[in-house]
Design a protein around this ligand. Sequence first.
Ligand code: URA
Length: 250
Amino acid sequence: MRLDKYLTQLNIGSRSQVKDLIKKGLVTVNGQTEKSPERKIDEMIDVIICQGQTLSYQDKVYYMFHKPAGCVSATEDRRDITVIDFLKKENRKDIFPVGRLDKDTEGLLIITNDGDLAHRLLSPVKHVEKCYLARLAHKITQDEILRIEQGLDIGEEKTTRPARFAWHTEADRDSDTPEALLTITEGKYHQVKRMFRAVGNEVTYLKRLSMGSLTLDERLKPGEYRPLTDIELETLKGELYASRKTGDSI
Ligand code: URA
């Protein structure tokens, strides 16, 4: 890869800023000052020092994104803005959202270039728990809650796996438009909406709060993102890569 491209990918600066740094002699490759932005480097082997700081190439990136309503969970779309449009300044062509949230759904979305981690998070055998906040159009009865918790027919080959239901707040028990927390371990198309629809209700607002051990950082406003912390990433990987009995949920 070209030296200037490498520095840009590491967010040292824009392409023209990093070219300037190189031309000013502030970058060394394997101990030698390098003044040519076109210099080809091997980012896995060469030691690059920029303004006294040794750079290390992080080939995998992981972002926590607070998806707003109105954008689609895709890398490109001809009609709508995509979740990746919010990360333009990262200047990466290889990142993608892990799984999909509906256009009108908000909340936690992981954006990465780590295909293996994405595969594990979405794998139907891993049963990663996903917790959603759902606002309902109508009251919901204990019997309907029980059916949702036990698993019900949403028009798929099999009924849904057991789920956990909780009121968002105590006041929701008596509300005409209650808010519920639903934790599921699958990711079927429109699954939460279809589960409530199967008991005659309707979801009017939906937000994903967590995926496995990862909880949406409420300091992130819709449309904002940040890298996962080392602890978040280690904990998540610990869950996804640990060998465990099939059937357990994460
Ligand atoms: N379930 C839904 O119905 N929609 C989503 O976006 C996610 C889960």
